[in-house]
Design a protein around this ligand. Structure first.
Ligand code: HEC
Length: 120
C-alpha cells in the first residue's frame, strides 16, 4: 500500500477538526497567573485605562468592542489589519468615542499594554 492516502488523511483530519473549531469563539486567553512581568504590567495599565470601556475576557461590547482574541483575528473591529501599528494608532490617537492616550502612556507603558493585549 502506498503511503500517500495515509499521508493525506494525516493532514486532512486535523485540518477538518481545526476548521470545525473556528466558530465565533477564539482560543482562550493566557491565564492571568501565567503572565510575564511585562504582560502583568500591561494588565495593570489595562485595568486602569481600558477596562472601563472594553471587556478583556469577551468579544461583547461594553462602551467599545470586547478585546478578547484581538490579535487572533485578522482584522480589528474597524476593519484595519490586527497588528501593533494599527492598535498603537488607536491607543495613541483614539477613535470616534475612544479618547487618545498619547499624553497618558509613555513608550514603556504602551509596550507593556501591547504585550498584554497579545495574551488575550
Ligand atoms: C471611554 C471609553 C474607551 C476607553 C477608556 C478606551 N476605549 Fe478603546 N474604544 C472605545 C470605542 C467606543 C471604540 C470603537 C471606536 C470606533 O467606533 O471606531 C474603541 C476601539 C478600540 C479598539 C479597536 C480599534 C479598531 O481599529 O477597531 C482598540 C484596539 C481599543 N479600543 C483599545 C483600547 C485600549 C487598549 C484602551 C486603553 C488604553 C482603550 N481602548 C480605552 C472606547 C474606549
Amino acid at each position: 500500500m502506498s503511503p500517500r492516502p495515509l499521508l493525506s488523511l494525516a493532514v486532512l483530519i486535523p485540518l477538518a477538526a481545526f476548521t470545525a473549531g473556528c466558530g465565533p469563539s477564539l482560543p482562550p486567553s493566557k491565564p492571568l497567573a501565567q503572565l510575564s512581568p511585562v504582560e502583568r504590567q500591561g494588565y495593570d495599565i489595562y485595568q486602569t485605562r481600558c477596562a472601563g470601556c472594553h471587556y478583556a475576557e469577551s468579544q461583547s461590547s461594553l462602551h467599545g468592542p470586547g478585546l478578547q482574541g484581538l490579535y487572533k483575528k485578522r482584522f480589528l473591529p474597524s476593519g484595519a489589519p490586527a497588528n501593533d501599528d494599527r492598535v498603537t494608532d488607536a491607543i495613541r490617537n483614539g477613535r470616534a468615542l475612544m479618547p487618545p492616550f498619547r499624553n497618558n502612556l509613555d513608550d514603556s507603558d504602551l509596550n507593556a499594554l501591547l504585550a498584554y493585549l497579545h495574551t488575550l
